[in-house]
Ligand binder design. Sequence first.
Ligand SMILES: [Zn+2]
Length: 217
Amino acid sequence: MPNLRADHAHGMKLVILGRDGTLNRYRVDHVKAPEELDPLPGAMEAVARLNHAGWHTVLATNQAGIGRGLLDMASLNAVHLRLNQLLAEKGGRLDAAFFCPHTPEEGCDCRKPLPGLIQQIGERFDVQLSAVHMVGASLTDLLTAQAAGCVPHVVLSGPLGSLEPHQLQEVLASVPHAQVHADLAACAESIIQAERRRVAEQRGQALSPDTLAGDLH
Ligand SMILES: [Zn+2]
């Protein structure tokens, strides 16, 4: 069970997820309807694992198809409803789906890689973005995480997975602190283990003889 008091002291444990290439198979022609949503192997289970370890999970996705008239709100809602159904089958869930409906020409501040959408999430959930993990499948997602001050993770289960190693290195050079994972399952495991180590270290420091000595003398 998560320690709720400790969680509150450090803000809610939150992971922001990109959609295409992270949760479902990336499509060049975009996901326009629920039947085009093809979950990646292990991705739904990975969200459930994060949820069970006390992490809230929120989607952040660019949906310029709405601004272009290629996709309406009913279709986007149906796609995200399907995503939550697929997650529920594995015991996971998204707390919310945030999206930018604008085209690049509209010049909004919420289209990734600008940090507006992530800042909206930070405000809604009242969390410090520096403690939030952001996972995506593209350079755009990495740049967004960097601009918002989140912990940047990238998975190779999307378009970046087909790059040659030297091409991938060039992409990753723009976000030097990015953590690279084969897929969301590996990423989730890494986030969960890092948090366990962080909590254990804090407990260790609090109980260390050096710390107690100050109180005893
Ligand atoms: Zn926008």
